[in-house]
Design a protein around this ligand. Structure first.
Ligand code: 8YV
Length: 322
């Protein structure tokens, strides 16, 4: 009989193939008072939930192996207290997530979804052209909320579009940000740091949310911020849905106080506020920022590497410092 391993999400197929060689996998629904004490490893992903109530049921848990860079569903304080290691997949998905932010900027501004529909519906061929003009992206102002690894990769790409760069990040000084970007770009970009998120929004054409979903960031993008972004402004969220007050977002879009939104993440995935589904000034994707063959292979390789390290007692590849 193989040892048991617990999953609280559906496993990536590459990870599953490795895991099945050494473990019998059970889901949280299959956890019982009898088998819970056997669990030493929990397999999760960036949106998987590991609250204290679950951790309390797992007295021998040693590793949470996360197929993702986000760990907002994991009770980190409890992991720290109990010395449970948490491994994530940092770095390997940065490019893809930043690429998707740019894809949203372009898709929204150049009306890609409406334009595609105009062709496939036959409207264009029939001469019923209803598509108005889009908006130019090159040369516009981008405001980046959270200038970590992903935020900087977004800045790097926006610089390529001759956009002016500004950011809001409580933990990063203007000098450090400028030095980091200079190292990436080879030139020092024009970069403005805002202490006030509303001011950043007021001075941005695109506000791109790249921050982590820490409890203090919940609802960070509120009605005041969205209104400051304004009728010519676009919100892009490739981070986490909870960072945005979704009710306020729907309200400002309905009232025409915000130009539009490109959203890959939502507060209650896979549920999307019904009002957004019929709006023409939104582009919606189903949390696909890291969903490419290449990146998912690299993420799987880190998850497997960390599990291997656990099994062999060697150092973890990407353990969080708790
Ligand atoms: C994944 C993510 O979609 O890395 C994250 O935090 O949200 C995404 O890369 C998620 O982990 C599901 O596999």
């Amino acid at each position: 009989m193989k040892p048991l391993i617990l999953r609280n999400v559906k496993l990536n197929p590459i990870v599953a193939e490795y895991v099945n060689q050494f473990y019998d996998v059970i889901s949280v629904e299959e956890l019982t008072a009898e088998n819970a004490h056997q669990i030493e490893v929990l397999l999760t992903n960036g949106t998987g939930q590991a609250p204290k109530e679950l951790l309390d049921r797992l007295p021998n848990l040693k590793l949470i192996d996360d197929f993702g860079v986000g760990f907002d569903g994991v009770d980190i304080a409890e992991c720290k207290r109990r010395n449970i290691t948490v491994c994530t997949t940092p770095g390997v998905l940065t490019d893809d997530v930043a690429d998707l932010a740019l894809a949203h900027i372009l898709a929204f501004s150049r009306q890609m979804c409406l334009a595609h529909h105009e062709v496939v519906s036959g409207a264009w061929a029939a001469g019923h052209k209803s598509l108005g003009l889009g908006r130019k992206v090159s040369g516009k102002r981008v405001g980046i909320v959270g200038l970590g690894r992903i935020g900087k990769a977004v800045a790097q790409r926006c610089h390529g579009f001759n956009m002016s760069l500004a950011f809001y990040d409580r933990y990063l000084s203007a000098d450090k940000a400028a030095a980091d970007l200079k190292a990436m770009l080879g030139v020092e970009p024009e970069l403005t740091r805002y202490d006030d998120l509303v001011e950043l929004a007021r001075n941005s054409d695109y506000l791109v949310v790249c921050a982590a979903a820490t409890p203090e960031n919940h609802g960070l993008i509120n009605e005041e911020v969205l209104t400051a972004l304004g009728p010519q402004g676009t919100l892009i969220n490739i981070a986490r849905g909870v960072l945005v007050d979704e009710a306020a977002l729907v309200k400002v879009l309905q009232e025409g106080k915000l130009g539009g939104a490109g959203l890959d993440v939502f507060a209650h995935e896979p549920n999307v506020p019904a009002a957004l589904l019929t709006m023409k000034n939104v582009v919606l994707t189903p949390h696909i920022a890291s969903a490419t063959v290449e990146t998912r292979e690299q993420m799987a390789s880190l998850v497997i590497g960390n599990l291997k390290a656990f099994r062999e007692g060697t150092p973890y590849l990407t353990a969080l410092t708790l």
